[in-house]
Design a protein around this ligand. Sequence first.
Ligand code: GDP
Ligand code: IMO
Ligand code: MG
Length: 429
Amino acid sequence: MKLDVLLGLQWGDEGKGKVVDVLTPEYDIIARFQGGPNAGHTLEFDGIKHVLHTIPSGIFHPNKLNIIGNGVVIDPIIFKREIDALLKMGIDVKKTLLVSRKAHLILPTHRFLDAASEALKGKAKIGSTLKGIGPAYMDKTGRNGLRVGDIERQDFEDAYNQLVEKHKALLSYYNYAYDLKEQQEKWLEGIDSIKSLTLIDSEYEINNHLAGKKRILAEGAQGSLLDIDFGSYPFVTSSNTITAGACTGLGVAPNKIGDVFGIFKAYCTRVGSGPFPTELENETGEALRKAGNEFGSTTGRPRRCGWLDLPALRYAIMLNGVTKLIMMKGDVLSILPTLQVCTHYMFMGKKISSVPFNVVNEPITPVYKELKGWNVPLDNIKSLEKFPEELNNYISFIEEELQLPIVIVSVGPDRSQTLIRKEIMSYEL
Ligand code: GDP
Ligand code: IMO
Ligand code: MG
């Protein structure tokens, strides 16, 4: 059996959490493969809203397994909070949540280092979520990190203290003031909480399940345009957010990848700094932010809003090997009588359809095609036949431009506000 992947094609917050929750009944296992608590994945059902940061979005379905893969970085403080909230709701995480021994740990001092680094950058700051993601992945690739499996070691405390000493030296270089004591106590409580869960060698677990014909969906975090290699560097996150990240972040070989669901908003948003060619720094952008409730699920920061960007989507589709598209938040565009879609860029005097290297320092001017808006609410639409003609035209235009089917259209945050347009599952062995 092959493993399917669902990931964001823009700058994150596309609605991954909602769709993973909707697709979970089709799968046996949901697995997160990268990122950490910088992610905020929102799910809504039965009138309740949940935001998950580290835990896969299949967790609300009984009898499904949820795996946190080796590519994820875990902050035990935030993780414990998530676990406690789920336990309170009666969700048996001790049975349905498995954690890779090879996942790395975020220390409180990683968070301090993130803040210190951002403060030093001043105006050039990345706009990090300040969850310690960059410093934790730096320690991973620098071969200094602590992994979940290390908490089972006798000398774990020594290893922790050794890493903290290194961080303290760096923090004094930054001249950064911090208070470790309280955070450290909470962190150690978090470590106890992780100890109460089932720790696994996830690469074996996942490959054994695939061999046993179990269906697995890998859940991405962030978005392709925040990828450490292919995003608008340095305004990116510190992991590979693309399909290849699912291979390294779960221990799954490339020939085991099945469908790749690429999810995008019907417009664009970005939170944090960095280039955003189609950004609307005007009343229309404000209106989209308000209608779409575009405020970060993790940090509460206002998200920057802009028109749909097809060159960026084409780039993401190429990098990920997307087989099926999912379009979110079409209902938000209902407020506008006309819509613009960026089909090309003007860059250094030339019309181009690719994403150039120097997106940070050279200005990019989008070339737009105007389309008629539908201008009627969509959030109560329960069948495809009720889609306004202009929405169908918008969808067909995107499908034609991107040469891929849009299999799901989402018209609101709730589970029920999801319309299936085409066959979702491939059922190939
Ligand atoms: P994720 O990080 O990709 O899981 O996305 P987030 O949860 O950070 O952000 C998506 C936001 O949009 C959340 O508040 C969702 O509840 C909401 N949402 C998801 N799909 C839709 C939709 O189709 N329409 C509207 N209006 N909101 C949606
Ligand atoms: P989900 O999974 C949107 C952004 C931050 C910042 C940059 C680097 O909910 O889609 P980091 O904390 O990783 O060092 O921040 O990446 N960012 C996200 N933006 N959604 C996310 O996750 C994000 N995770 C990080 O705003 O610009
Ligand atoms: Mg999010």
